[in-house]
Design a binder for this molecule. Structure first.
Ligand code: ZN
Length: 499
């Protein structure tokens, strides 16, 4: 579901997925212009509620772009997060809509009522209702055509409420949708619930609208979030972590105090070493850590974009989710939604399908092959079916090739009829020859289904035993499938090892 998009704003085009560094108007460590120069930042984010507190009418008089000294795209958040953290804000929903409308950011956000992760269902229901009501009211209040509006989805951990919230807000005139509530889930590494939240929202939102995942700016989980179809990410993490001496990497977070080396290639890490940074004045140390944190995060965004183009995002997610067991848990949850994801997965890709561990059998390509074999396939009318548990496309010697239909059982896909073997990705897959249990399970399950559906179309079924040491386990498994089905006459023939 990961996608490259173009978002046109009043101050320029943005390529998504992208990261919006959050600018705290009261304490600017790096200006938006520095960020653009250093990291190629396309969009920055600031908080309309805090702007109102610090600048008041000055911001409505001069506009947000002059206040931040930046002529590129700016998004404003409205204070919903402050409600969640501090229990309330001293501004009404109408005020904050009008305020943003006048100071004219490129993207503005309504004041929603965050559900969070703790409330009762009754309270959660109320937050969804209030947010939808405010979203409806905001549509009436808006008057500045230059501003695009973001309508947040709420509902927290109640999937039915998230679905309802997404459906309701998706019907309204909004340009972008934000998924609220993940901050608390991210802080506690609750990735399973994050996956449920995001996928439920995506299943119910208009798919053409960009989706912003609130507070998800850690490079470790960007790939997973993009794979779920999120397009915009905000990062306050770069600076919050830096203040705390925390050093972001795509593999997780380190503490400056614990580092002997910098595992990174950015200018900060090449020119310094941890010992040196630890002895710097605090402000300088924070700034350098913040610069590093943004470098790795933008680096990951560029990597993810490139891998989307190459059709290799899935393999990258699989790799990234090895960084933490909870992340792996989240990724495994995502596999439970493969049914939905398969609709968005390109039927052909530029790249080879690389098998990179047990989760690869849960890939959309594997599911698609199984479905198509069951729903669209018709075997040729030949009397003999020859089944060959195999890995490579060796050609067995058949006594009557013109009367025989050859199908290979190749993990992870399973049954691949000979006439389909050039279809992507069946002929463009690389997998290790030492099979793992998941590969054998999906391959033999595929054979079982195939024989159940089409076994009666043949008069005779042959099962090859080609004695390759690496496919012994597969041959055994295929044997037991064929024997259990007790279909017609079964001949087992031994095939010479092919050099
Ligand atoms: Zn670095």
């Amino acid at each position: 579901m990961g996608r490259i998009g173009k978002l046109t704003t009043a101050h320029g085009k943005i390529t998504t997925p992208t990261l919006m560094p959050v600018i705290d108007p009261s304490d600017v460590i790096l200006t938006p212009i520095e960020m653009r120069r250093e990291f190629g930042t396309e969009l920055v984010m600031t908080n309309a509620y805090l702007i109102m507190k610090y600048f008041g009418e000055k911001a409505t008089k001069y506009g947000i772009h002059r206040i931040l000294g930046y002529d590129g795209p700016i998004m404003t958040d409205s204070g919903g997060y402050q409600i969640l953290r501090y229990g309330g804000v001293e501004v009404s929903p109408e005020e904050i809509i009008r305020y943003q409308d006048i100071m004219s950011p490129d993207i503005a956000t309504i004041l929603d009522t965050p559900t969070g992760v703790h409330p009762t269902k009754e309270r959660a229901k109320q937050t969804v209702q209030t947010t939808v009501e405010r979203a409806k009211q905001a549509v009436q209040l808006r008057s500045n055509p230059k501003v695009m509006w973001c309508g947040p989805v709420q509902g927290g951990l109640f999937n039915d409420l998230v679905a309802k919230s997404a459906r309701e807000i998706g019907k309204l005139d909004y340009h972008i949708h934000a998924i609220g509530g993940p901050v608390e889930l991210l802080e506690k590494y609750r990735y399973v619930e994050l996956v449920d939240l995001v996928i439920t929202a995506k299943q119910n939102l208009p798919l053409q609208r960009p989706v912003h995942l609130f507070g998800a700016g850690h490079p470790m989980m960007l790939a997973l979030s993009v794979a779920m179809g999120c397009d915009l990410f905000d990062s306050a993490a770069y600076i919050l972590y830096a203040r705390d001496g925390r050093y972001l990497t795509s593999e997780g977070t380190f503490h400056l105090a614990d580092l002997s080396y910098f595992p990174c290639e950015c200018p900060v890490c090449v020119e310094n070493f941890p010992q040196k940074l630890r002895h710097m004045p605090k402000e300088k140390q924070i700034k350098l850590l913040a610069i590093h944190n943004l470098h790795v995060t933008f680096g990951e965004i560029r990597r993810v974009r490139q891998l989307i183009i190459e059709g290799k995002l899935w393999e990258h997610v699989q790799l990234r989710c090895r960084a933490h067991p909870r992340l792996l848990e989240g990724f495994r949850r995502l596999l439970e939604y493969t049914n939905f994801i398969e609709r968005f997965d390109p039927v052909t890709k530029k790249s080879t399908f690389y098998y990179s561990g047990g989760e690869s059998v849960g890939r959309p390509e594997v599911l698609r092959h199984r479905r198509r074999l069951e729903n669209r396939y018709k075997p040729p009318s030949l009397p003999t079916l020859a089944i060959m548990p195999a890995f490579e496309r060796e050609r067995p010697k058949l006594s009557k090739p013109e009367r025989t239909h050859l199908v290979r059982v190749i993990p992870p896909f399973g049954v691949i009829p000979e006439e389909l073997e050039e279809i992507y990705p069946l002929g463009q897959t690389r997998a290790p020859k030492k099979l793992d249990p998941e590969q054998i399970k999906t391959a033999t399950e595929s054979l079982r289904r195939f024989l159940k559906l089409y076994g009666k179309c043949y008069k005779q079924i042959l099962l090859f035993n080609n004695e390759h040491h690496w496919s012994n386990s597969l041959i055994k498994a295929c044997n037991s499938v064929v024997e259990k089905l007790k279909i017609i006459e079964l001949y087992k023939i031994h095939h010479r090892k092919i050099k």
